[in-house]
Structures are given as C-alpha cells and as structure tokens.
Design a binder for this molecule. Structure first.
Ligand SMILES: N[C@@H](CCC(=O)N[C@@H](CS)C(=O)NCC(=O)O)C(=O)O
Length: 223
C-alpha cells in the first residue's frame, strides 16, 4: 500500500500546541485521520515504547511512527494535494526559522504559565512581549504570513495565539495588544475553521484547569 493510502493515527494530548499544529495541517489538507488522546501525566506503556522522547505528537503511518511536529506537518503536506509550504527555497527556509521561533515562544509561554514567583512571571511576560515586537516588524503580508496562501508557518503560530488570547481573557495578561499587524494576523488565525476545530470543545475549561493546577502567578490571577 502506498503511503498516501495508509491510515493515519495522531497520538495527542488535549492541551498540546505541537499536536494542534498537526491537526490544523490535517484539516487544511483535508486528510483523514484518527486521533488517540493520552494523559501525559500518566503516559501508557505502549506510548513510551514508540515515542523516542516520550513526547506528543506522534503520527502512526501504518507500522511506522513519526515524531516532532515539524516533521509530521511537512509529511502531511507532502502526501496530500497542493502545498502549505512556499516553493521558493529561501522563503521556505525563512518560514522554517519562524516556525522554530513560534516553538521558542511556546517555551516562554510555559514559563509564564508555571512561574511561582512574581519576578519570574514578569520576566516571562516581558520576554513574550519582546518576541511579539520582533514579529510585528517581520510581518510584511496579509492576510497570512506569506500573503494570500495559508501556510505551515500560520499553522505553527495559531496554537500560540489561541493560548495568549485565553491567557488575556482568563487572567488579564496582555502580550501583543499594542501591535496592530500581530493582532490582525492573530484575529484572522483565530477565525480560521481549521484552527477553531483543532482543539476539543472544552479546551478553554481544560486550559483554565491547568493554570489553576500549576498554582503559579498566572493561576492566582484567574478571574
Ligand atoms: N519539539 C517537539 C515538542 C513536543 C512537546 O513538547 N510535547 C509536549 C506536550 S505539548 C510533551 O509531549 N511533553 C512530555 C514530556 O516532555 O515529557 C515537537 O515539536 O513536536
């Protein structure tokens, strides 16, 4: 059986932004898939056996297992009609760099969500704001990062913006409200069907529960 006909199974954790990138790519490319949720605080043995880093996402392709969201989203793009990656090698390389930038922002977000002391929290908010300012001076096109076509780089940032938006709503923490280009890109991303349907319906409640459970500064600011 060719790889394009093989059943895909995405191994997921409901809160994971890296899994969400893969779901957005699957939806944008209209690729059929099954999804299996695991609890990362108590991962099943079968998962630890097949996940080299003990991390989600994994994409099971027949008997093969793919890991790392960038590898998985590019694979999804490669096996389906059309492309969500720019053709020009220079633009493509730049997009990959910005996808990594989005990943590093997700690390900052993790610190921001879990900081136990005020100073570390403030520092993380400031780091996020400075990353957003970098993005503001980088954004050249509309409606999407590369212009008319939604790309993998858009899919990579959408989970970050979804969480920053929730953080603002739930705790009053703002990170990019003064940046018009970032805000209008964020708003468009959050209205995109593939993005809206890339998380479970109860995502805001689960996110709120996670902040409460972490019991850090952000959790203490929940309204
Ligand atoms: N670089 C990885 C990051 C994936 C990642 O950090 N996944 C988190 C959940 S959002 C995870 O599985 N954490 C469990 C662990 O590290 O033990 C990717 O892009 O796929």
């Amino acid at each position: 059986m060719g790889v394009t006909n093989m059943k895909l199974e995405l191994v997921s954790f409901k809160l994971c932004p890296f899994v969400q990138r893969a779901v957005i790519a699957l939806k944008e490319k209209k690729v059929d898939y099954d999804i299996t949720y695991i609890d990362l605080s108590s991962p099943p043995e079968w998962f630890l056996e097949i996940s080299p880093l003990g991390q989600v996402p994994l994409l099971k392709v027949g008997n093969e297992v793919l890991f790392e969201s960038a590898a998985i989203t590019e694979f999804i793009d490669d096996i389906s009609e059309g492309s969500l990656h720019p053709e020009d090698p220079l633009v493509r390389a730049k997009n990959r760099g910005w996808i990594e930038f989005a990943s590093s922002c997700l690390e900052v977000l993790f610190t921001l969500n879990t900081s136990a002391d005020e100073e570390a929290f403030k520092q993380a908010v400031e780091t996020m704001r400075s990353r957003m300012r970098k993005l503001e001076i980088t954004l050249e096109h509309t409606p999407w990062f590369n212009g008319d076509k939604f790309s993998l780089v858009d899919a990579a940032f959408a989970p970050l913006f979804m969480r920053l938006d929730l953080l603002k709503e739930l705790t009053g923490t703002t990170t990019c409200e003064d940046l018009p280009k970032v805000c209008s890109w964020r708003d468009r991303l959050l209205q995109q069907d593939s993005v809206i349907s890339s998380v479970v319906e109860e995502f805001p409640t689960i996110y709120r529960g996670m902040l409460k459970m972490k019991d850090g500064v952000a959790g203490g600011r929940l309204s």
